[in-house]
Design a protein. Structure first.
Length: 187
């Protein structure tokens, strides 16, 4: 027999997933600033009041979406990251973004970019804190992470705005040379 709590939890998970998909769909059609809670609820097929049982506002839903997306991106790139071969991690990062170009374009070109950056920096800082070595570096780890993640977001955004996309290997090489290798050398 299924308890009422597990049925409620399953329903909450399904509703959250519907709202996240609705945000994705709307972001692909219009800028974040134009999206309303009513439009999100309608797109998700849930009641207006139901939205507020899950999120206090559309910004919180966007934060949730960005957090999931950043976790996926870091999950794809970080296992490949090593000081000896930063290029592999850069390629993995751009392959991940390439498979989800419409979403990343929507996240980076509308009003969502600052929130995405904040999520990216926050998650990268947590990862860096776990793997930080106690060697004396010229530049603090927090600054290196902030710089590297901010520059990475800018390069991804630039790449997605190009009328003719650069090949993944080319843009990954640019990121590696401009940002990652110099940042890692600082360890």
């Amino acid at each position: 027999m299924v308890s009422d709590t597990s049925a409620t939890d399953a329903r909450q998970v399904r509703t959250r997933a519907k709202l996240l998909r609705a945000m994705l769909a709307l972001l692909e059609r219009e800028p974040f600033e134009s999206i309303t809670v009513r439009a999100l609820a309608s797109e998700a097929g849930v009641g207006y009041a139901t939205f507020f049982r899950h999120y206090p506002d559309k910004e919180a839903l966007l934060d949730d979406l960005a957090a999931d997306e950043i976790a996926g991106l870091l999950g794809a790139a970080m296992p490949l990251f090593s000081a000896e071969n930063t290029g592999r991690a850069c390629v993995a990062l751009f392959e991940f973004v390439s498979r989800r170009q419409a979403l990343w374009r929507a996240l980076l070109t509308g009003g969502a970019a600052p929130r995405l950056r904040e999520q990216f920096v926050g998650q990268a800082r947590k990862l860096a804190a776990r793997s930080e070595t106690k060697t004396a570096a010229i530049c603090p780890i927090d600054l290196r992470v902030t710089y590297a993640t901010s520059a990475t977001i800018e390069i991804i955004g630039w790449w997605l705005r190009q009328p003719e996309a650069l090949p993944i290997e080319t843009i990954a090489g640019i990121l590696d040379r401009l940002v990652i290798t110099p940042t890692v050398a600082e360890r």
